[in-house]
Design a protein around this ligand. Structure first.
Ligand SMILES: [Zn+2]
Ligand SMILES: [Zn+2]
Length: 263
C-alpha cells in the first residue's frame, strides 16, 4: 500500500515537472489573450497560428502544432448541397481561375475531420520529399491545400474548369480543397499579400503579391518559395507563395521535413 502510494506521488511529481519544463521552453510572444483555445498542457500556441480561423482546435506539444479542422469552407460554393445555407449558384460558363470556363463537377462537399501536425520550428531538409496526393497543408479556413497534380500524377488540366468561385472544389469523396490561390482568403478575409496557410513542413504560404507587386516565378526556388521577412515573421522565414501558373503553391517537394495529416 505504502509503496504504491509513493509510486503514485512520484509519478505526479514527474508529470508536473514535465509540465513545467514544457511551459518554460515556449518562447512565443507575451500577449496572453490571443492563445485562447490552446492546449491545457501549458504549451502556448504562437500568435501566428491563431490566424487559422477554420480550426476546431489548435494545440502545441512544444514540438508540433496540431490543427484539427473539418476541411470545409466557411464560404459559399456551388458544391454545397442545395439545402445548405452556403450553397450558391455558379453557372456553367462563368469564369474561374486563369480565365477558364467553369463546368460544374458532380461532387459535393462533405466533412473530413483532419488532424494536421506541423513542426513548431520548421527546418530545411535537403531530402525535399515529394508532396503526396491529397492534403499537403491547409489554408487558414481549415480547407486542405493540394499540390499541382490530379490523380495519377497527371497535370491539373481540366480539373481547373471545375474550380468554384473561390478556386476550390471537392474530389470524388467530397474532400474540398484548393490547388491554387485560395481566393476567399486573399480577396475576402485578407489580402493578396497575406498569409494564406501552412504546408505540412510547417512553413507558411503567402498570397501572390509581396511589397505591392506580383511575385515572379523567377523570384522563387524549386520548391516555390524564398526566404525574407514577412508581416508575421519580421525576423525572416522561408515561405511559399501562390502564383497564377503551375505549380501554383508548391514546387518540387517540401522545403522542410513534413509533419503528418490524418483523418
Ligand atoms: Zn482537385
Ligand atoms: Zn515572399
Amino acid at each position: 500500500m505504502k509503496k504504491s502510494f509513493l509510486f503514485f506521488a512520484l509519478a505526479c511529481m514527474l508529470f508536473s515537472c514535465k509540465k513545467e519544463t514544457s511551459t518554460s521552453s515556449d518562447s512565443s510572444s507575451s500577449s496572453g489573450g490571443s492563445s485562447s483555445g490552446s492546449s491545457s498542457s501549458g504549451n502556448t500556441v504562437p500568435d501566428v497560428y491563431t490566424k487559422i480561423f477554420g480550426a476546431s482546435s489548435i494545440t502545441s506539444d512544444g514540438t508540433f502544432i496540431t490543427v484539427k479542422t473539418k476541411g470545409i469552407p466557411s464560404h459559399k460554393s456551388c458544391y454545397w448541397p442545395t439545402s445548405n445555407a452556403l450553397y450558391e449558384n455558379f453557372a456553367n460558363g462563368s469564369t474561374t481561375f486563369n480565365g477558364e470556363i467553369f463546368q460544374k463537377a458532380p461532387t459535393q462537399i462533405t466533412d473530413q475531420n483532419y488532424t494536421f501536425k506541423i513542426p513548431l520550428k520548421p527546418a530545411l531538409n535537403s531530402a525535399h520529399s515529394a508532396t503526396p496526393l491529397g492534403p499537403i497543408g491547409f489554408a487558414l479556413d481549415g480547407v486542405a491545400l493540394y499540390n499541382q497534380y490530379a490523380a495519377g500524377g497527371a497535370s491539373l488540366g481540366n480539373e481547373i474548369k471545375g474550380f468554384d468561385q473561390y478556386y476550390g472544389h471537392p474530389q470524388d469523396m467530397g474532400s474540398y480543397h484548393y490547388h491554387v490561390e485560395p481566393l476567399y482568403i486573399t480577396k475576402v478575409k485578407s489580402s493578396k499579400s497575406s498569409l494564406v496557410g501552412f504546408l505540412l513542413d510547417g512553413f507558411p504560404v503567402y498570397g501572390p503579391e509581396e511589397n505591392g507587386a506580383t511575385v515572379a516565378e523567377s523570384a522563387l526556388d524549386a520548391y516555390h518559395g524564398h526566404t525574407s521577412a514577412t508581416a508575421d515573421y519580421p525576423n525572416g522565414t522561408y515561405h511559399y507563395h501562390t502564383t497564377a501558373v503551375s505549380p501554383y503553391i508548391n514546387g518540387n517537394g517540401f522545403y522542410g521535413t513534413p509533419g503528418t495529416v490524418s483523418k
